[in-house]
Write a protein that binds this ligand. Structure first.
Ligand code: HXC
Length: 514
């Protein structure tokens, strides 16, 4: 018996050592942690249950027979985060650069299947040089197995990818199919083809950082949703993010014990919108004054900053927030902000999280750049996402809701449940300057003093339409409220809507404009 146990213990011990002490040292020298160190940081102490620790590859090409490591470069299993069950895999860069093999795929697929069947979130800690080149096309096919499971689990269980090293080639697509990508600033990059290949194909010289570093994917491509300063911060973010999400799409997100007064009013909100409507203000201040203290977790904070999306709590309950940001490009809707908003609304809808939308938007961004790049198609995604979603939805117009912005940003006609407006709201079919040129073109052409005539028309138009009262009169706005009342009004409205039931017609799936 002792021999059996000794054999098992020896094999387990080998698995714990990954690629060996020297490679672990090299990893630490780069400021990175091993897969097991990461798991220890992320999971509740003693909660990790490993599966597949002794699996090895069966490749013999390119000297691979001599390079067998138990676990084959990925640690997989189950654990708990703040007492809640999750499934997890962590690639181990010390074993053949974390490269993705058939065995890695089998191990990851195994926990993907168990996560989906058990209805628990799946977390991937990615650190891999991509398809294991020595295995040839077998490792490519193995990616397909993982992608299929990512897609089938999409909208059923939360899937979070943390990029903690290279994520190259085929390795990028599993994260891209998940709900959130968190990148660690010091060590991570993502690309499909690396700098060497780019140089040989296009002649372009580009560094790893400039090609697929954290700033590129957080601020420019929008591939990543969060940027963490280091690995510890990235793992901490996973814990925070999970706290807003349910275990699966049949559950509600957990409620935390309320710690902020539900009737708290904030006088400062009554003067936050500047008198001049071309003056910006920071919508973050509106959000932090209204929702539970310090509860806002912004998603995509560096991408398409003319829109804000993120999670917060209201009286302890999770809510999704969508807002235009007047401080950036006047809060206009463009291609990137449309993508950002539509994706977030769909995510909230999938996971039973109500959506509160703050509107201060002059409309869709005009210009040939936007039209040629398909602002119609991308802008339609916002409309699609709001119309399709069945979770409680509440909108608050703080200032401009002009033209397409009024209708697209969670209007009542698009299945929003309640629409509030502040007295500073301007709800109009189009801007005054544009309107005068269309409606009074002939008059202005004949006028002796066209400038004065134009100014008079603009004043009349603004007087008539640049307020919330016409829309309230027609029922398009349910109530005009004092800004300071927003928190208590929202809390009560969300409470009423908590039992909302709404269904879409049965179908295989809709055809969202992509
Ligand atoms: C097998 C790999 C590997 C891979 C790295 N290694 N990537 N082994 N397959 N894909 C091995 C290295 O040979 C090395 O082994 C060890 O991992 C560490 O790698 P280093 O290069 O020493 O580390 P570093 O300098 O940190 O560079 C990491 C890296 C680089 C940037 C990831 O290794 C790299 O560029 N790898 C290839 C990336 C890539 O092009 N992947 C695409 C694969 S094709 P030794 O024993 O020498 O220490 C693919 C299909 C695309 O994925 C499908 C699209 C859908």
């Amino acid at each position: 018996m002792n021999d059996y146990l000794a054999t098992l213990r020896d094999m387990r011990d080998k698995a714990l050592r990954g690629g060996g002490a020297e490679r672990v040292e090299q990893l630490h020298a780069k400021g990175k942690l091993t897969a097991r160190e990461r798991l220890a940081l992320l999971l509740d102490e003693g909660s990790f249950q490993e599966l597949g620790a002794l699996a090895t590859h069966n490749c013999v090409d390119f000297g691979m027979a001599e390079q067998r490591y138990p676990g084959d470069g990925v640690v997989t299993g189950f654990g708990k985060i703040n007492g809640r069950r999750i499934a997890i895999f962590a690639q181990d860069f010390t074993v053949l650069g974390g490269s993705f093999s058939e065995v890695q795929s089998r191990k990851i697929c195994r926990i993907q299947d168990l996560a989906l069947e058990s209805g628990i979130p799946l977390i991937g800690l990615n650190d891999s040089g991509g398809a294991r080149i020595q295995e040839g096309v077998r490792s490519l096919a193995a990616y397909g197995e993982v992608f299929t499971r990512n897609v089938l689990a999409s909208g059923v269980i939360p899937q979070i990818s943390v990029i903690l090293g290279p994520c190259a080639g085929g390795a990028v697509y599993s994260p891209a199919l998940t709900d959130f990508i968190i990148m660690s600033r010091k060590s991570s990059f993502m690309f499909i083809t690396g700098p060497e290949v780019i140089k040989s194909v296009t002649g372009e010289n580009v560094s790893f950082e400039d090609l697929g570093g954290t700033l590129v994917h957080n601020a420019r491509s929008g591939v990543a949703h969060f940027l963490a300063d280091d690995e510890q911060a990235a793992l901490m973010l996973v814990k925070v993010l999970l706290s807003y999400l349910p275990q699966n799409n049949t559950e509600d997100p957990p409620q935390v014990t309320p710690y902020d007064l539900p009737d708290r009013m904030n006088e400062a909100l009554n003067t936050i919108v500047p008198d001049r409507d071309d003056m910006p203000y920071d919508m973050h201040e509106v959000i932090s004054a209204i929702f539970d203290r310090d509860s806002f977790l912004e998603v995509h904070p560096y991408y398409a900053r003319n829109a804000i999306v993120g999670f917060a709590r209201m009286d302890g309950y999770s809510v999704g927030i969508v807002a235009n940001q007047p401080e950036h490009l006047a809060g206009v809707l463009d291609i990137n902000s449309s993508d950002k908003i539509a994706r977030f609304v769909r995510l909230c809808d999938a996971f039973n999280i109500p959506v509160v939308t703050f509107v201060d938007c002059p409309g869709y961004l005009p210009g040939t750049d936007q039209e040629y790049a398909g602002v119609i198609r991308h802008g339609a995604k916002v409309i699609y996402a709001y119309c399709e979603s069945t979770v409680p939805k509440i909108s608050i117009v703080t200032r401009k809701a002009i033209g397409g912005a009024y209708i697209a940003m969670s209007s009542k006609q698009m299945r929003s449940d309640l629409a509030f407006a502040w007295p500073t709201a301007q709800i109009a079919v189009m801007g005054a300057d544009g309107a005068v040129r269309i409606l009074r073109r002939r008059e202005l052409a004949k006028s002796k003093d066209p400038a004065a005539a134009e100014a008079a028309f603009i004043a009349e138009y603004r007087e008539k339409f640049f307020n919330p009262y016409r829309a309230a009169d027609m029922g398009q706005i349910d109530e005009v409220i004092e800004p300071k009342e927003t928190r208590p009004r929202l809390i009560r409205a969300l409470e009423v809507l908590r039992t909302k039931v709404q269904q879409n017609p049965p179908k295989k799936h809709g055809l969202m404009p992509v």
